[in-house]
Design a protein around this ligand. Structure first.
Ligand SMILES: Nc1nc2c(ncn2[C@@H]2O[C@H](COP(=O)(O)OP(=O)(O)OP(=O)(O)O)[C@@H](O)[C@H]2O)c(=O)[nH]1
Ligand SMILES: [Mg+2]
Length: 254
């Protein structure tokens, strides 16, 4: 007989779980939202049948690596909590919903893309268990190291962004040169001229962003980021603008 055990002690003053709490081996849903809990209770790791865990509005700042023991966890609600970092172990859980809305993270790992879940900006229903709301809820999220509105971009843009972002964290003998400007002003032609040394007419219109590498005689890899200039692309540019790169704004061909 399947036994579903649910414990909801949300909105209470508790700050720890009782020691023998871990004996509730069949617990499937645990709601500790808006309690005074400040540290992730280690008793939870024993609850290997846990499917849904709510820690919304708690003062928990970090999730321990032991999170990986919760092999059946499908729904994790961290909304409005004090969480500042997500451990890599989180990304190997079989999560169907992750709610990190209203949180302030210092950074976020590109591994969040491995979860293969859509990013959702609406408010989450608090009853994930009965709903089919698969996704990562990111309403009002703030991430210190990046502009969180990047998550509204298509997945391919996100992958390019995160790949480059990761690479920029290690010291590479590399430079980044970003070409922006309206359509048909000669951005791609100029890049082609620098790389090949020749002027070629009528290159194809650039769609999205095209990255081309050029190894200088000094052995520095210069990466040219060539943005499509159609106005529809302009809203994408800001996600790729960062410090430590050279910008070339192309105005018109002569
Ligand atoms: N006269 C003149 N034409 C140029 C020059 N550079 C490029 N062109 C021509 O202008 C057109 C557009 O050049 P592209 O390099 O594709 O322009 P782009 O800015 O990359 O355009 P998008 O990819 O649509 O954003 C092509 O027909 C080029 O041959 C230039 O210096 N002088
Ligand atoms: Mg172009």
């Amino acid at each position: 007989m399947a036994l579903f055990l649910i414990v909801a002690i949300s909105n209470t003053d508790i700050s720890d779980l009782p020691l023998d709490f871990s004996r509730l081996r069949n617990l499937s849903r645990l709601d500790l939202s808006f309690t005074n809990i400040k540290v992730f209770p280690p008793e939870i790791f024993e609850l290997q049948n846990l499917i849904e865990l709510h820690l919304a509005g708690t003062k928990i700042t970090t999730l321990p690596k032991e999170l990986r023991y919760l092999k059946n966890l499908r729904h994790l609600d961290l909304s409005g909590s004090s969480i500042s970092d997500l451990p890599d172990e989180l990304y190997s859980l079989p999560l169907e919903t992750l709610d990190i809305s209203n949180t302030k993270l210092e950074t976020i790992s590109p591994r969040i893309l491995d979860m293969n879940l859509p990013f959702l900006t609406q408010e989450a229903s608090r009853v994930y268990y009965y709903s089919n709301s698969r996704g990562i809820y990111i309403q009002k999220i703030e991430i210190a190291e990046l502009d969180s509105s990047i998550f509204s971009r298509p997945r391919e843009d996100l992958q390019v962004f995160f790949d480059e972002w990761e690479r920029s964290k290690v010291s590479l003998n590399e430079a980044r040169v970003i070409f922006v400007g309206n359509g048909l002003v000669g951005k791609s032609t100029m890049i082609h001229r620098i790389i090949s040394g020749s002027y070629v007419e009528d290159l194809a219109e650039t769609r999205g962003v095209h990255i081309e590498g050029w190894l200088t005689p000094e052995n520095t890899l210069v990466k040219f980021w060539d943005f499509g200039g159609q106005s529809i692309m302009h809203s994408t540019h800001k996600f790729f603008l960062s410090q430590r790169c050279l910008y070339v704004v192309v105005l018109e061909p002569v």
